[in-house]
Write a protein that binds this ligand. Structure first.
Ligand code: CA
Length: 227
């Protein structure tokens, strides 16, 4: 699955420029020109990285970033023309990961995005890389030498959750990530895919649980906890 990037920028030309460069690099891109709308959509689509303009109409980039940080560790790169704001943006209060100063070259933004995704990827995969490998090319998952084949939906489910260990996903979030064609399915369909995925993982290793139900919310992935 290619990384999913949200661009929040109210200048249409700039947003389109960023989008075209990122799409050329193989990323999936969603563009928003309004902070509040973007914030709502993030909850559903769980982007892998957010490019966030500081000056937005309505809810500005600062507020969007602070609000997101209450529930998410997603990498956020601020786009700003206000150099004097930078320390504050990266500080604990706001919690952005990086910034790019306007005016910028789209190439510079793409390079920054790649670097951050690589960094985020290694962070969340450090523990699992040796034990647990999800291979999207062959649709197989390998754990401690055991291997099993997954359906496309199971593979996407596992990839989405295992990329963010510990993060709780509700069924709508999972549905949005595992069906790129925007198909709507029932909660029960999601549950049944999760159930089959769990059975396959248990068949490989029945002494640990990887996919956990979180009562009233959804599911999360954790590496190797007691069943
Ligand atoms: Ca702006």
């Amino acid at each position: 699955m290619s990384a999913h990037i949200a661009v929040v920028e109210d200048e249409p030309k700039l947003a389109a420029l960023l989008e075209s460069y990122l799409v050329k690099e193989g990323y999936e891109v969603d563009v928003f020109n309004d902070g509040a709308e973007a914030l709502q959509a993030f909850m559903l689509t769980c982007p892998d990285l957010i490019l966030l303009d500081l000056m937005l109409p309505g809810l500005d980039g600062l507020s969007v970033c602070k609000e997101l940080r209450k529930t998410s560790e997603v990498p956020i790169v601020m786009l700003t023309a206000r150099v004097e704001e930078i320390d504050r943006l990266l500080g604990l209060e706001v919690g952005a990961d990086d910034y790019v100063c306007k005016p910028f070259s789209p190439r510079e933004v793409v390079a920054r995005v790649k670097a951050i995704l690589r960094r985020a990827g290694t962070q969340s995969n450090t523990d699992q890389s040796s034990r647990f490998v999800v291979n999207t090319q062959t649709a197989r998952v390998t754990m401690d030498g055991a291997e099993c084949e997954l359906t496309a939906v199971e593979l996407n489910l596992l990839k989405v959750m295992s990329d963010r260990p510990g993060q709780i996903f509700n069924r709508t979030q999972l549905m949005n990530r595992i069906y790129p064609d925007g198909r709507i399915v029932s909660d029960r369909t999601i549950d049944s895919h999760v159930k089959k995925l769990r059975q396959k993982l248990t068949a490989m290793n029945d002494s640990e649980t990887f996919v956990h139900s979180v009562y009233g919310i959804g599911y999360k992935f954790e590496l190797g906890t007691e069943p």
